[in-house]
Design a binder for this molecule. Structure first.
Ligand SMILES: [Zn+2]
Length: 236
């Protein structure tokens, strides 16, 4: 990692650990704690939010916007775009944009599960999006894709559970990341899911530990002189 890294802290605002759980404990209990932490640390972030969550929890959306964060789209229902026909994909994008744009300008998009067929990029263009963060540098597909598009594509740097790893292990992952550093988390990671019947990467060190990990990571970047950016600024 370079000195003075450029860091985008992003949040995928969705039901609890899809597709394994279906509640909203993350939105109800995790989001307020995460938003408080970001306010305390004065870190602007980008919240990729599903249209369904936005419709169901308008006060959460209000706070995201009021706190100066970027509101962005995470589709409508959190279905994987790889399973959708073109018409369904268009509806997922357009319906979420319609709901979210009642609250803010929304120009950034991230597909659920970081799976977005490149043939659907024109759907984002025609719906007024300018940035896509559906790719991931830790997935092979990112390195194969040669699609040209007017959409600025900014991949996620590491998978979300990396931030919850013990400090020494986490540092090894983060040391290998290049600019811009795109981190992401989910509200449900800040709810204690350790006793749930879930994949291990969805439940280990969730709750208070996860929140403290985020604080430590953000402060670590600050000591390196990091600049924190919202995704929209990367497409400007
Ligand atoms: Zn998601």
């Amino acid at each position: 990692m370079s000195e003075s890294p450029l860091v985008a802290f992003t949040v995928d605002v969705e039901p609890d650990c899809p597709p394994y759980l279906s509640g909203f404990r993350g939105i109800e209990h995790g989001m307020p704690r995460l938003l408080d932490l970001l306010a305390e640390e004065r870190v602007p972030a980008t919240f990729f939010t599903t249209g369904e969550v936005a419709a169901r929890f308008p006060k959460v959306v209000d706070r995201i916007v009021r706190d100066g964060h970027e509101l962005a789209s995470h589709g409508m229902t959190h279905r994987a775009f790889t399973t959708l026909e073109r018409g369904e994909a268009r509806r997922e994008i357009e319906e979420s944009a319609t709901i979210l744009r009642r609250s803010a300008t929304v120009t950034s998009f991230r597909a659920p599960y970081l799976r977005f067929p490149s043939r659907y990029l024109p759907l984002l263009e025609s719906a007024g999006f300018t940035l896509d963060s559906s790719q991931a540098k830790y997935k092979a597909a990112y390195y194969r894709d040669r699609t040209t598009t007017s959409i600025v594509r900014v991949p996620a740097s590491v998978t979300s559970s990396v931030l919850r790893l013990p400090r020494v292990v986490r540092a090894a992952y983060l040391a290998a990341v290049s600019d811009p550093v795109v981190l992401f988390v989910h509200p449900w990671e800040f709810v204690d899911l350790r006793k749930e019947q879930l994949r291990i990467d969805c439940r280990f060190r969730t709750g208070d530990t996860a929140l403290e990990c985020v604080r430590t990571v953000l402060r670590g970047y600050k000591t390196k002189g990091a600049r924190f950016t919202r995704m929209a600024e990367l497409s400007a």
